[in-house]
Ligand binder design. Structure first.
Ligand code: ATP
Ligand code: 6CM
Ligand code: CA
Length: 502
């Protein structure tokens, strides 16, 4: 530990940079010392932890009359920083200039680039020109020369970069992504997210705040957070990967409607959310799932996944053991499938809590970032009033699973088929249904919808309603450390710039 203030210390791992400091006439409070001797100085830039998981760059300048001593300090600190092997030196950065409030470029240039430069991180920056630019580019560039990839944008931009990196790893290893049973190759090139989107759920759920400076500092100090990734297939065809929400019904319908309103920016979700809530459509279908191991906790647990989470650590250990015994057949083949049929307002599968500024505890507050499982939430047909009560509980401390129409399961894989596609497949769909289009023939005033909803996969729509989903434990890694328990001693570290005499 390196002493900074009388009652505050900073671990070496949270020092951003050390620089020799030129004497500046404005440094008035050391003027008395300067009259006595020529002063030498160095400045230590470090992470200052503020409220609500926010990080800032603070600095302290040390003055000293002995030039040799001053240089020894600089040298020693720089050597200690060099020993921080997990820190990135060279990054590939993709900026979506059109995400969220269209501030991505400004946020990167004004808030992030100066910090990367202070930390001596070199970057290759690509400003995307169209959707899928980043993803396609990741199949062409020499990704192995970078210590990480940074995306500046929202969840959609992150999803692009993740698809590019995971896809590239599988291609380079000869793995067929269309095989739903394939053991995918882990991606060790970390992704950093600089939030500049509309929901920024992945950043918020893995860092605890959606703040570009905080995220830049997590990248600089070289944090590493493994992340579960779900693969989504239809008929042995790969559709997408998902890390946050796979939602059918309510969240699928919101997304579909909101895509037409992109010009509204982040407000589009409030507008489409309200419209979708009023439409109150439910959908019939069948879900089959394999439960996750009970030792891995339950979605009804009171404790949430936090930095150093023991459930995620246990999963990491089990994954390493499983990788050693490769060649053995997959566990899911041996375990029982549970089947549920019903009418649902929403089917949500989340790999993480999905906390975001709209819902600070998320869709499943006890979901784990890296336990190899997803929480499957089934919201059955209920009244509008009950559904509103359910939604409101996402914004307060009450338990959103404590309703008779809500079920939640921790799963490692699941399949969904809509009633409509079951009927289509078994050829029992009568002509009447076709002729009456999208409304229920028997109950024209009811909200039963005989068309399918669409799946919302991390903010993008999927073409197929029948899907097969499997969670891949810790398939990728982020420059993050999970959500930290709140810092008890924030006041002690609250100065933003200080001076000390050695
Ligand atoms: N230059 C570009 N022009 C148009 N679309 C782009 C461009 N670059 C990236 N995209 C696409 O824009 C989509 C949305 O971007 P992004 O996720 O950054 O913002 P958002 O949708 O506002 O935020 P969120 O995903 O958090 O709701 C991404 O799926 C990405 O593929
Ligand atoms: C009366 C008040 C009721 C308020 C209820 C609030 C509940 C909010 C829960 C928000 C859950 C977000 C889940 C994250 C999904 C992201 O992968 C995705 C991509 O960014 N965002 C959306 O689909 C955008 C989804 C937007 C939902 C509004
Ligand atoms: Ca998980």
């Amino acid at each position: 530990m390196f002493p900074i203030l009388e009652n505050c210390s900073v671990p070496i791992s949270e020092i951003i940079a050390v620089e020799e400091t030129e004497f500046n006439k404005k440094q008035r409070n050391i003027g008395r010392w300067q009259k006595m001797a020529k002063l030498h100085a160095f400045t230590v830039f470090y992470v200052k932890k503020a409220r609500n998981h926010r990080w800032r760059c603070s600095d302290v300048t040390f003055w000293c009359v002995d030039e040799h001593l001053c240089n020894q300090w600089i040298q020693a600190l720089k050597e200690l920083l060099e020993m921080q092997r997990s820190r990135p030196k060279h990054l590939l950065v993709y900026i979506n200039p059109y995400g969220g409030k269209r501030q991505g470029k400004r946020i990167y240039e004004q808030k992030v680039a100066p910090l990367f430069s202070l930390a001596s991180i070199s970057t290759d920056v690509v400003i995307t020109e169209h959707a899928n630019h980043a993803k396609d580019n990741l199949f062409e560039v020499n990704i192995y020369k970078y210590d990480g990839v940074v995306c500046v944008g929202g969840d959609g931009m992150f999803s692009e970069v993740m698809h590019g990196l995971i896809g590239r790893m599988q291609k380079d290893s000869g793995i067929d992504q269309n095989n739903p049973k394939a053991s995918l190759v882990q991606c060790n090139i970390r992704i950093g997210i600089i939030p500049a989107g509309s929901t920024d759920c992945i950043c918020y759920s893995t860092v605890g705040i959606s703040d570009p400076v905080t995220s830049a500092l997590h990248i600089i100090v070289g944090d590493c957070q493994p992340l579960d990734v779900s693969s989504v297939h239809h008929n042995n065809t790969f559709l997408k990967y998902s890390v946050s929400l796979l939602g059918y019904g309510f969240y699928g319908d919101i997304l579909k409607d909101s895509e037409k309103k992109r010009w509204m920016g982040p407000m589009r979700y409030d507008y489409s959310g309200f419209k979708t809530f009023l439409s109150h459509h439910y959908y019939e279908g069948t879900i089959a799932y394999q439960p996750a191991k009970q030792t891995h906790g339950s979605p009804r647990d009171k404790e949430s996944c936090r930095t150093g989470c023991c459930i995620c650590k246990k999963s990491e250990k089990e994954l390493a053991e499983k990788n050693q015994e490769h060649g053995l057949k997959h566990e899911e083949g041996e375990e029982e499938w549970k089947v549920i049929k019903g009418k649902f307002l929403a089917i949500n599968a989340v790999n993480m809590s999905c906390a975001c500024p709209r819902s600070p505890k998320g869709l499943s507050p006890a979901a784990h970032l890296a336990d190899g499982s997803a929480d499957l939430i089934l919201v059955r047909k209920c009244s509008r009033f009950d559904f509103l009560r359910y939604l409101v509980r996402h914004t307060n401390q009450d338990d959103q699973f404590d309703f008779p129409f809500v079920d939640v399961y921790r799963v490692k894989c699941f399949q969904f088929t809509s009633k409509l596609s079951e009927d289509n497949e078994s050829n029992v769909m009568d002509i009447g249904k076709k002729r009456f289009g999208q409304f229920c023939r028997d109950h024209p005033a009811c909200c039963c919808n005989i068309v399918n909803s669409t799946w919302n996969c991390d903010g993008e729509t999927l073409d197929s309603s029948a899907i097969e989903v499997r969670v891949h434990c810790q398939l990728m890694k982020l420059f993050a450390r999970g959500i930290e328990e709140n810092c008890k001693d924030e006041a002690a570290c609250s100065q933003s710039s200080t001076e000390q005499l050695l």
